[in-house]
Design a protein around this ligand. Structure first.
Ligand SMILES: Nc1ncnc2c1ncn2[C@@H]1O[C@H](COP(=O)(O)OP(=O)(O)OP(=O)(O)O)[C@@H](O)[C@H]1O
Ligand SMILES: [Mg+2]
Length: 608
C-alpha cells in the first residue's frame, strides 16, 4: 500500500515538473518574440517543445517569427533556469509553511475554531457582561473584566473575573512565566498570592506597589530582604466563635492525617485549638500564650479558667476544653500531641515575631481590600518550621472579610474583585478552597489554584475534595510535560472524541481496487499528545466550550517587560543582600565565623 502511494506521488511529481518546464519554455518563446519586436504569438504553442528540432530557426516550429535563434535560446536558458530556481524556492517555502501549519497545536482537528474561540473566550463576550462583572465601572475594557490568557486562532482569549481556574502543569512547565506573573500584574483589584519561592514576588512586587499597599507575610524567612513588614495574629477576631472555628479549621487541616481514626483526632484537635484561640482573644493574649498552652494540658488549664470565667467566652467552650484537659492520660496525650504539632512552628522566634503584631502594625484585611493591596504569602508545608497552615489561616481571614464586604456592596460583589492566586496550591490546605472555587466568583473573588498534578491534589485534599475542586473550576488550563499516565488518560477522556474519517483500499483477485470510507471515533488529543504540548502553549477547557489550544504570552513578551526586568533585578538584589545579612548574623551568633577563621589560619600555618 505504502509502495503504491510512493509510485503515485512520483508520477504526480513527474507530471507537475513536465508541465512547469513546458510552461517555462512557452514563456521563454513569448518573451523572445516580444523582445525582438514581433508581437506575441497567439497559437502554435506546441512550438515551444518542437523548437528543439529547429535549433537554428525556432520560428519554423512556432510558425510565426519569435526572434533570432541566439535571442530565443538565451531567453530560454534564462527563463528555464530562473523559473526552476523560483519554483524550487516557492515549493520549499510552501512545504515549511505546511509543516508549520501541521505542527500548529492550535489547529488540531476537533478543537474550537476561530468563531467558537471568539464566542467562548473573546473580549466581546466579556464586554457584554460588563455591568454584572464590575457593577461599579461605567466604562470597562476587557482587561478590567478579566484576565488575558493567551491567543488562539488570532483571537485574544480571556477568563472573566467571576471564573475560577485550575492551572495544571508539572514543575518548570511555565505556569509562573506565562500565567501567574501576568495575572498578578494585571489583577484589577486586590491580590492575595501564595508561593513557596519568591520568584513571582520578584517579578511583580514593584509594579504592584503602584496600585496599592504591598505586604509580604513570610514567617519562614523565605524572602529575607523584602519581608518582615506584615504581621498578622492568628488570634485576631477569635472572640467571635465563628472566626475561632474557621481559624482552627485552617490551622488544623491535615494535622491528624495518616493516623488511625483520623477524623476523631482531627475533630478533638480542632475543639482544643478553637478554645485556645478564643481564650487568647478574649483575654487579649498573644500567640506566645497560645504556644505555651499548646505545650501541655496542665498549661492549658489557664485557658480553661479564662473561658469559664469570662462573660465574652462562648458558652460551653470552657467546659469543652476542660473535658479534654481532664481526660485520662492516654487519650489526652494523644490529642495534645496533635495540638502541639499544630503550633510547633511557633518554636521559631521569627515565626512568633511575624505572628505577634503590635496594635499599630496589625494587618487589617478590610483596608487591604479597599485599597487594592497585594499580599504575598510565603510558606512551605514541609520542614521543621512549615507555616503553610498559618498562611492558609490568613487567607481564610482575608476571604471571610471579602465575603462580608461583598455582601454590603452593589450587586453583592466585591468591586474591584479580589484575585486569590494560589501558586503551589497543594501546599496550602485551605479548607474552603472548593467552596471558593464554586461560589467565590459571584462575590467578586477570582480563585486561581495552581496544581502540579491531579494526584498531588488528591494527596492533599483527599479524593472527593480534590474532585470537587477540579469540577468547580469553570476554567481548566493544562500545560504539557506531565508524566502522570492516569491524569493524562483522564484528560483525554475529558477533552473528548471526534469523527475520524478512514479510507481503506483493498485489491480484489482480478486486480481491481476498492476504496471504502468509514468514520471512527477517536480522541481529539491522546495522552501522549497532551504530554507533548510545547512550553508556551496550553489547553484551555472553558465551561461547555470545545477545547481551545492557547498560545501563551509570557511576562517577558509584555510591552512593559524592560521596566519589569529592571525592577525584578532590584528586588532580587534586595533578596540576596537580605539572605547574606541573615547568614552573617547567624554565623556571628553561633561563633562560626570566628571558629572557621581561626581554623583557616591554623591550617595555613600563619599562627602556631
Ligand atoms: N514562554 C516562555 N518563554 C521562554 N521561557 C519560558 C517560557 N515559559 C517558561 N519558560 C522557561 O521555563 C522556566 C520555568 O518557568 P516557570 O518558572 O514559569 O515554571 P513553573 O511551572 O512556574 O515552575 P515551578 O513549578 O518550578 O514553579 C523559566 O525559568 C523559563 O526559563
Ligand atoms: Mg512557578
Amino acid at each position: 500500500m505504502i509502495a503504491r502511494r510512493g509510485i503515485d506521488d512520483l508520477f504526480l511529481l513527474l507530471v507537475s515538473a513536465t508541465l512547469i518546464v513546458v510552461a517555462l519554455l512557452a514563456a521563454a518563446g513569448l518573451l523572445s518574440a516580444l523582445v525582438s519586436g514581433h508581437g506575441l504569438p497567439t497559437h502554435h504553442f506546441v512550438g515551444a517543445v518542437t523548437a528543439f528540432r529547429y535549433f537554428a530557426d525556432p520560428s519554423l516550429a512556432w510558425r510565426v517569427p519569435v526572434g533570432p535563434a541566439w535571442l530565443y535560446w538565451s531567453t530560454t536558458v534564462v527563463v528555464v533556469v530562473g523559473g526552476t530556481v523560483l519554483t524550487v524556492f516557492v515549493a520549499k517555502y510552501l512545504r515549511s509553511e505546511q509543516r508549520r501549519w501541521d505542527n500548529d497545536p492550535t489547529r488540531v482537528a476537533g478543537l474550537a475554531d476561530r468563531h467558537e474561540v471568539r464566542l467562548a473566550a473573546g473580549a466581546r463576550n466579556l464586554l457584554a457582561r460588563a455591568t454584572i462583572l464590575r457593577p461599579q465601572l461605567t466604562r470597562a475594557a476587557a482587561r478590567d473584566l478579566g484576565f488575558f490568557l493567551g491567543m488562539s486562532r488570532r483571537v485574544e482569549c480571556f477568563a472573566s473575573v467571576e471564573d475560577s481556574m485550575v492551572i495544571l502543569g508539572p514543575p518548570r512547565s511555565g505556569k509562573g512565566y506565562n500565567l501567574i506573573i501576568p495575572f498578578i500584574l494585571d489583577a484589577p483589584g486586590a491580590v492575595v498570592t501564595t508561593s513557596t519561592r519568591p520568584d513571582n514576588l520578584a517579578a511583580t512586587m514593584t509594579a504592584r506597589v503602584a496600585k496599592g499597599p504591598v505586604g509580604v507575610f513570610d514567617p519562614q524567612g523565605l524572602a529575607l530582604g523584602v519581608s518582615g513588614t506584615l504581621r498578622w495574629s492568628p488570634v485576631r477576631g477569635c472572640g467571635d466563635p465563628q472566626v475561632a472555628m474557621m481559624r482552627a479549621g485552617a490551622l488544623c487541616a491535615g494535622a491528624a492525617g495518616g493516623v488511625k481514626d483520623a477524623n476523631f483526632w482531627q475533630q478533638q484537635t480542632e475543639v482544643v485549638v478553637r478554645c485556645l484561640l478564643q481564650a487568647a482573644a478574649i483575654d487579649e493574649r498573644s500567640v506566645v500564650d497560645v504556644y505555651s498552652w499548646s505545650l501541655s494540658p496542665d498549661e492549658a488549664k489557664e485557658a480553661v479558667e479564662i473561658l469559664k470565667t469570662s462573660r465574652h467566652a462562648t458558652p460551653q467552650w470552657g467546659s469543652a476544653l476542660g473535658t479534654v484537659v481532664g481526660l485520662e492520660s492516654r487519650p489526652r496525650s494523644n490529642i495534645w500531641s496533635v495540638v502541639s504539632g499544630v503550633f510547633a512552628p511557633l518554636a521559631s522566634p521569627r515565626v512568633i515575631e511575624q505572628l505577634s503584631p503590635g496594635s499599630a502594625d496589625e494587618f487589617d484585611p478590610a483596608s487591604f481590600l479597599e485599597e487594592c493591596g497585594t499580599l504575598y504569602l510565603l510558606g512551605t508545608s514541609s520542614g521543621a518550621f512549615a507555616t503553610a497552615n498559618f498562611v492558609s489561616a490568613l487567607i481564610e481571614d482575608v476571604v471571610e472579610t471579602a465575603r462580608h464586604l461583598a455582601s454590603a456592596s452593589l450587586g453583592a460583589r466585591l468591586d474591584p474583585p479580589l484575585a486569590l492566586i494560589l501558586d503551589e496550591a497543594a501546599n496550602y490546605p485551605l479548607p474552603s478552597l472548593s467552596s471558593l472555587m464554586s461560589e467565590g466568583g459571584g462575590s467578586g473573588i477570582t480563585t486561581v489554584a495552581v496544581l502540579q498534578s491531579l494526584a498531588q491534589a488528591r494527596d492533599r485534599w483527599g479524593n472527593d475534595q480534590a474532585q470537587a475542586i477540579w469540577d468547580s473550576a469553570t476554567i481548566k488550563i493544562i500545560l504539557g510535560g506531565s508524566s502522570n499516565a492516569s491524569d493524562l488518560t483522564d484528560l483525554t477522556k475529558l477533552i473528548g472524541e471526534r469523527d475520524w474519517p478512514e479510507t481503506t483500499t483493498t485489491r480484489q483477485g482480478g486486480g481491481e481496487r476498492t476504496i471504502s470510507e468509514t468514520t471512527r471515533q477517536r480522541a481529539i488529543l491522546g495522552p501522549s499528545t497532551i504530554r507533548l504540548i510545547r512550553t508556551g502553549h496550553a489547553l484551555l477547557m472553558l465551561r461547555a466550550a470545545k477545547p481551545i489550544m492557547l498560545t501563551l504570552r509570557s511576562w517577558t513578551q509584555r510591552r512593559d517587560a524592560p521596566t519589569l526586568k529592571v525592577h525584578r533585578r532590584e528586588v532580587e538584589d534586595m533578596l540576596r543582600s537580605g539572605a547574606k545579612q541573615h547568614r552573617s548574623q547567624r554565623q556571628d551568633a553561633s561563633g562560626f565565623s570566628e571558629l572557621s577563621r581561626s581554623s583557616r589560619t591554623t591550617s595555613s600555618g600563619e599562627h602556631p
